[in-house]
Design a protein around this ligand. Structure first.
Ligand code: DGT
Ligand code: CA
Ligand code: CA
Ligand code: ZN
Length: 573
């Protein structure tokens, strides 16, 4: 049982309690507990086993009991009871972006709405507007949210799909009949969202491996099953396809099933021009049908006259041309990352201490970590006053005295207000090692306004990084609109880095924008935006996004070693 699953249970309970009209206090207790569990470095199932759940701050005996039952049995009688109090399908209303428990309850009590379909109908016929506090704008938002939910249902976040695939792969690799097991498809290309999960294996005994696959622990039901392939549904309702090929076809199959489809189409045309045929079994001479490659991907690409192309850029957007000229980019790798420029602590909305975050960063082999909590106007998540900021700095200074080969940088995630001004005056900003300026509200402003806000932050001499520049939340909130060319040019000129935020629901800037940014001469900061020690490892999704944007180490602020970074940021103490 994973912490994320327990956190999801607690969130669901909180939603239902809120929909039921329970006191905000009780609802918040469940939400806080969910957040703590999510950010916990220890495994919650293990703590439950050792009867130590109540050691976690914010978790009392009542919530602990519910967690215990869930990790022991995989069920929650409390959740089931709560669910029974509402008509079937009602919980789905809460999945609509912009519809919270309060609104869902209002719709249900006043209009008898208990399904997404009923809500859509009511919004279209302006029946929602009869309700107190609901305007036409709200109706439009509800309809947009429903649209978005329908789209999102099809595609899951990479941050959900990849760990699920990795778990399956780990289990499959334990079988002797598995000679190779890897992800394929859009996961191997590390796309931000994934349609279905493709896994590829090489084996001389495909049927053995298929048998093993359909009986793995996360598998809930088998959707289809043949001698060399199968599709299953996991207990988290993810569809996973496994395809087993013979070891001598491994390279050709990996190439084919990694895609993208457009990349493969372009490759096939190149093969034809050379009198070759390429498919999932190998590369063949068209006239003689002789097979000339297929056991490794390198061989497949080489036979077609090009270098091996990293999966992240197989999107038919110029990679094949440069591979043929031997000019592929040297994409940034996880080992190139020397530190993280964006992390929160329990001083604002993070769940761990400054000390714990530093230790976790050191354990990852980093040379530095920037502590960047929220600024003062983010009151609802404990944004820091100037006094608190200075107090935090004293702690950081003291910790730094004891580190060897590691340094905490004192940063701030300062809010860019709706008029483009920042949350602290310049003399306060000057005290920080690193200033990251982010937009957290007013994302719906006009293109011109957003552009102006970003420009004024970029031109502030104290601002080093623009955080999650577009503000999007994948499947939930559209990116804000701004004049990318103007913003990228200004960022390049002023040396202001743009963030590639690694939170799986952000990935912001997104891949295609990252690529235009670096083409404009922009430096990027690949940041975890961690809100707990465990989340520091989310950096890998940011690295993947950067790689999809053709980023090389020299484009990355936090690929600089500490001394060079300090020089660049003008830190001289
Ligand atoms: P997804 O699942 O929508 O996130 O995207 P993919 O890229 O994983 O697509 P999927 O699962 O339909 O197929 C996996 C790979 O198999 C795909 O990336 C390329 C290859 N493939 C599938 N269908 C075709 C096809 O009709 N032609 C070619 N050339 N390749 C295909
Ligand atoms: Ca797929
Ligand atoms: Ca597939
Ligand atoms: Zn932020």
């Amino acid at each position: 049982m994973k912490n994320a699953e327990v956190a999801r249970l607690l969130e669901e309970i909180a939603d239902l309690l809120e929909m039921k009209g329970e006191t905000p206090f009780k609802v918040r207790a469940y939400r806080d507990a969910a957040r703590r569990i999510e950010g916990l470095s220890d495994n919650v199932a293990k703590l439950a086993e050792e009867n130590r759940l109540t050691d976690i701050r914010g978790i009392g005996t009542s919530i602990a009991a519910k967690i215990s039952e869930f990790v022991k049995t995989g069920r929650s009688t409390y959740l089931e009871e709560l669910t029974r109090e509402f008509p079937e399908g009602m919980a789905e209303l809460l999945e609509i972006p912009g519809v919270g428990a309060k609104k869902a309850r209002l719709f249900y009590e006043k209009l008898g709405i208990s399904t997404v379909e009923q809500l859509e109908e009511a919004a279209k016929t302006h029946r929602l507007m009869q309700l107190p506090g609901i305007q036409e704008k709200t109706e439009q938002n509800v309809l947009q949210g429903i649209q978005r939910l329908k789209q999102a249902k099809g595609r899951m976040l990479l941050g959900v799909a990849l760990p699920a695939a990795e778990e399956i792969i780990r289990e499959l690799r334990a079988y002797p009949s598995a000679q190779q097991v890897e992800v394929g498809g859009s996961i191997r290309r590390m796309k931000e969202t994934i349609g279905d999960i493709d896994i590829l294996a090489a084996s001389d005994k495909p049927e053995d491996l298929i048998n093993a696959f359909v009986s793995l622990s996360p598998v809930k039901s088998v959707l289809a099953r043949g001698t060399t392939r199968a599709s299953v549904l996991t207990d988290a309702n993810l569809q996973i396809d496994l395809r087993v090929v013979s070891p001598d076809q491994w390279g050709a199959a990996m190439q084919y099933f990694t895609g993208s489809k457009e990349h493969n189409v372009q490759l096939r045309a190149i093969a034809e021009n050379r009198g070759l045929r390429i498919n999932e079994y190998g590369v063949f001479r068209t006239n003689t049908n002789e097979r000339i490659a297929g056991s490794t991907e390198e061989e497949v690409y080489r036979t077609l006259g090009m270098d091996w192309i990293p999966p992240e850029i197989r999107e038919s957007s110029g990679e094949i041309e440069v591979a043929m000229e031997g000019r592929l980019p040297h994409l940034v790798k996880i080992d190139d990352i020397r530190g993280d420029m964006h992390a929160h602590t329990n001083w604002s909305d993070g769940s761990d201490t400054v000390e714990a975050m530093a230790e976790a960063a050191r354990a990852l082999g980093y040379e530095y970590l920037t502590i960047s909590d929220h600024s003062v106007s983010m009151t609802f998540i404990k944004g820091l006053t100037v006094e608190r900021v200075r107090e935090q700095r004293r702690i950081i200074d003291r910790l730094n005295e004891h580190f060897d080969g590691f340094r905490l940088l004192h940063g701030i995630e300062v809010n860019i207000r709706s008029d483009g001004t920042l949350d602290y005056p310049d003399d306060i900003l000057a005290e920080f090692d690193v200033v990251t300026a982010s937009i957290h509200s007013g994302l719906g402003q006009s293109r011109q306004q957003i552009t102006q806000r970003m420009l004024s932050a970029i031109h502030n001499p104290h601002v080093d990084i623009i955080g999650h520049p577009s503000g999007r939340l994948i499947n939930k909130r559209d990116p804000s609109e701004f004049d990318a060319e103007t913003v990228f040019t200004a960022a390049a000129e002023t040396g202001t880095a743009l963030e590639v935020n690694a939170q799986p629901d952000r990935l912001d800037l997104r891949d295609v924008d990252v690529r235009s940014a670096i083409e404009s001469g922009v430096t990027v900061a690949i940041d975890s935006d961690a809100h707990s020690t465990a989340q520091l490892e989310l950096i890998r999704y940011g690295i993947a996004t950067a790689r999809r944007g053709w980023v090389e180490p020299q484009h990355v602020l936090n690929a600089l070693p500490l001394d060079k970074l300090m020089e660049r940021l003008g830190i001289n103490h």
